[in-house]
Design a binder for this molecule. Structure first.
Ligand SMILES: [Cu+2]
Length: 631
């Protein structure tokens, strides 16, 4: 009887806690609006001035999508970053804009409420502590902030420490836990589009699609593309003068998922953990919030808008920086005709880089892009249609056909949406500098040492013996219905067997499966130096096209062309440095990450087998294969 009473009291307390939640602010998803008029457009793409300091609250926001006939089709509540300066509910946080060598700081206060905080043992589950959070700077090369596995989870000392946790409030009136995340970039940090998002293991899936923001590292063409010595004279003019457009492509997905801790939650959540989990905790009425059954109704937003409109001028280059901020899946994207959505010769795309890492030679003419969860792609695009002509930016069948006759061999993570955005031509008044033809691969940008060329010929040129490359096999495997493993281990912290990145060496991973999984490595990017075509040629009907080329650099890599994906299919090389400490590699399908497909990576200073120098630097370190940039 006493026990029953206790249960009743607890239930009443929980109900009281839930009903005491404040009503979240509402973000109305605009449909068909001009890209430049979307809410927060100027925070997403700030003009050239720096934005290095933010104060953000992770707070519940109610998202609503209403069609033109005023039918409410979608309403859910999910965590989002609200800036303390604007206090407006948006679909993204403000963009950080930093120079190479610059410093940033972002204060995060976790205002989410979870009346059922994490219990001991919960971290063995795929999804736990769903409203606990932290902050990851995806793509930045800077200190790990984690010299020791003993202290990293309890003490934030700066840098990209994602072992730290900001617990949710238990009740609305509680003080939020708060950390100011900060970092300083090296003076040779590559320019480009990176991004920030929560990275607390167990809750990345339910937070990232709606809680994230962009990090732009500014161009510095005099450094990376010096005049009359790099072949870049024309393209740097074009990049500098073109309209600069971030396309933050996020995915809202709605298959029903059981709440953490409920029967079958483990087995059913792996592919389905989603917004309902967050919604249920954020305002206690998850599935009831959907005005229709959204199963299979996943939708993409661009910059917080549904099918927004991009304006272009005829034959005039525009600079597009794609970010896939959705928690799962991948898409192919191309430009198609507006009426019947077939690929069109009117439009051209020139690839500049992937994941904020310039191609070895640029630009490269491409028929479309493949964008995986977490990835970024930068292109110059133009179309020839006259005033009033319309096109669409499509992730539908026309885009898939560019790369595959059969939906990438039936890849289950391929997502499609016929219209991501519409494109409207505004006539021919573009600047002359933006109408110049671009010569393919004319430009060889300078490279920093942490992303210098590591192919065999480049190692030979640097007198680095091939026999000194430190090699290991690394594999993702999906087991037992829900457990996701790296080299046979489900993620745990601390990790007694981290992958080693010895400073002063070139490291090579023979990797297996980037068909079902998207490889992301924190802190240090990698170069694709070989694909073993005898064990992993693209399946018949699949075409990597010019978009994929050995020698390209990534921090987030998917190669969705053959499900066989045998061990040793891909050779990836890293040159770790100049930072030390513990970091992570994982699958960026975040439901796989939360299910365990994550492993620690130790950037290891010689003479320091486990704990690393407290300041994060390795004394006397120099890169054995130096880059070409002079800063
Ligand atoms: Cu995966």
């Amino acid at each position: 009887m006493a026990r029953l009473l206790l249960v009743l009291v607890l239930a009443a307390a929980l109900a009281a806690g839930a009903s005491a939640l404040k009503k979240p602010p509402v973000y109305k998803i605009p449909t068909g609006a001009a890209l430049t008029s979307l809410p927060g457009a100027k925070l997403l793409m700030p003009s050239k001035q720096l934005v290095t300091k933010l104060s953000l609250s992770l707070s519940p926001v109610t998202f609503q999508l209403t069609l033109k006939n005023k039918t409410l089709v979608l309403q859910f509540t999910s965590p989002a970053f609200i800036s303390d300066s604007g206090k407006k509910a948006l679909a993204f946080g403000p963009t950080l804009r930093i120079n190479r060598g610059g410093t940033y700081s972002v204060q995060i206060a976790n205002q989410m409420v979870d009346p059922n905080p994490e219990k001991p043992g919960d971290n063995a589950k795929p999804f736990y502590g769903p409203m606990d959070t932290n902050f990851h700077s995806h793509g930045l090369h800077f200190p790990t902030g984690a010299p020791s596995q003993v202290t990293a989870s309890t003490k934030y000392i700066g840098g990209d420490n994602v072992f730290i946790k900001l617990p949710a409030k238990v009740a609305e009136a509680d003080k939020p836990s708060t950390i100011t995340f900060n970092g300083t970039l090296p003076s040779d940090h590559f320019p480009g589009l990176n991004w920030y998002h929560p990275h607390k293991h167990g809750s990345t899936t339910v937070q990232t699609s709606t809680a994230h923001g962009a990090i732009l590292v500014n161009d510095d063409f005099d450094v990376w593309m010096p005049i009359s010595s790099s072949g870049c004279d024309v393209i740097r003019q074009v990049l500098a003068a073109a309209d600069d457009v971030i396309l933050d492509t996020t995915l809202l997905f709605f298959q029903y998922a059981a709440l953490p801790g409920t029967p079958n939650a483990l087995a059913t959540n792996v592919d389905n953990a989603n917004i309902q989990v967050a919604s249920n905790i954020s305002n206690g009425t998850a599935t009831g919030n959907l005005a229709m059954n959204m199963t299979g109704q996943d939708i993409y937003l661009i910059n917080g808008g549904y099918q927004p409109q991009i304006s272009m001028q005829s034959d005039t280059w525009q600079r597009w920086r794609f970010l896939y901020s959705g928690a799962k899946g991948f898409i192919a994207i191309t430009i198609a005709t507006a009426d019947n959505q077939v690929a069109t010769p009117d439009c051209e795309m020139m690839l500049i880089g992937k994941d904020a890492l310039y191609l070895p030679r640029l630009p490269r003419k491409i028929p479309g892009i493949v964008l995986p969860a977490g990835g970024r792609v930068e292109v110059l695009a133009r179309c020839s249609g006259g005033r009033g002509t319309g096109y669409v930016l499509t992730a539908g069948p026309a885009a898939v056909k560019v790369f595959s006759d059969d939906g990438f061999n039936g890849n289950p993570y391929l997502q499609q949406q016929a219209v991501l955005a519409t494109i409207t031509m505004k006539g021919a008044s573009g600047k002359a500098v933006l109408k110049q033809p671009l010569i393919e691969e004319a430009c060889v940008p300078k490279r920093p040492s942490y992303a210098s060329d590591l192919r065999d010929a480049a190692l030979a040129a640097a007198s680095y013996p091939l026999g000194d490359v430190v090699t290991s096999d690394v594999q993702f495997t999906f087991n037992r219905g829900y457990a996701c493993e790296v080299n046979g281990d489900v993620y745990s912290y601390p990790d007694l067997n981290p992958l080693l990145m010895p400073l002063g060496k070139v490291v090579q991973w023979s990797f297996n499966d980037v068909f079902f999984h998207v490889l992301h490595v924190h802190a240090n990017p990698f170069q694709l130096v070989a694909i073993n075509e005898t064990i992993n040629a693209p399946a018949p009907g699949n075409r990597p096209t010019s978009f994929y080329k050995v020698g390209d650099w990534y921090d987030t890599f998917l190669y969705p062309f053959n499900a066989a994906a045998l061990p040793g299919s891909y050779q990836l090389r890293f040159q770790p440095g100049q930072y030390t400490g513990y970091s992570l590699m994982h699958c960026h399908y975040l439901q796989h990450e939360d299910a365990g497909c994550m492993k620690e990576v130790l950037f290891q200073c010689p003479g320091h087998p486990t704990d690393q120098p407290a300041d994060g630097f390795c004394p006397g370190f120099t890169f054995p294969v130096p880059g070409s940039v002079v800063v």
